[in-house]
Design a protein around this ligand. Sequence first.
Ligand SMILES: Nc1ncnc2c1ncn2[C@@H]1O[C@H](COP(=O)(O)OP(=O)(O)O)[C@@H](O)[C@H]1O
Ligand SMILES: [Mg+2]
Length: 247
Amino acid sequence: MNAPILVAEHVTKRFGSFTALNDVTCAFHKHQLTAIIGPNGAGKSTFFNVLTGATPASGGKIFFEGRDITSIPQHEYARIGIAKSFQITNVFKQLSAHENVRVAAQMRTARFDFLRARASFKSLIEKADHLLERVGLAAHRNRIASELAHGQQRSLEIAMALASDPTVLLMDEPTAGMSPEETTTMMNLIRKLATERTVILVEHKMKLVMGLCERLIVLHHGELLAEGTPEQIRTNDEVRRVYLGKN
Ligand SMILES: Nc1ncnc2c1ncn2[C@@H]1O[C@H](COP(=O)(O)OP(=O)(O)O)[C@@H](O)[C@H]1O
Ligand SMILES: [Mg+2]
């Protein structure tokens, strides 16, 4: 197995007196499509937020490529190579698909490139087109985001996340609220993206990830319940008891 690319060590997250994550230790490996699963309320989104720097942990450490990133500011995450798409769709509704991706690409390059802003405008346009193509939205380039179907908005969000050329892409319930057709399209996109970078997926529908992911991490009541291959998770008695019965 490859060296771990992202590591959580004894990560705890409290909201007041409530412990949403309790001493979670696990590793994500390079080029391995991993899903974090668990019933609603298990702490998946909280873990996602801590891993992506959106929420500070109350305790524990996060390492990326061997470096302690526990305390780095949120905006540094994209620069070091970690990108995310949240559970809630997060696009600029009044901008076109192409403008959304262009803005995302621009935010990524602005700090390094602003003196060459004019020269790089063309490359931003090209990059946005390339990313729209990548997620299957080339034909919808000029449509206003709010007019796109829900599944297309989620794909657009992924194109925006890819604008920073991330080493690791994390997605929180990318298929939430999708029709079966949209879900299939999204699963195919995730499979494709996972061939070129490390993808980490939060999902509560376990069946969906069984045929897709190489490794599963199961959270329950904020604790790491199990981790392993889909087969190991499927046959894990504790997982079956707390999870399979419910979904
Ligand atoms: N900002 C917050 N303040 C207080 N409690 C929270 C907050 N965010 C999440 N929680 C609680 O933490 C638990 C885990 O939530 P969450 O991480 O969203 O679970 P999941 O994504 O697995 O459904 C839930 O009981 C939820 O109510
Ligand atoms: Mg969630």
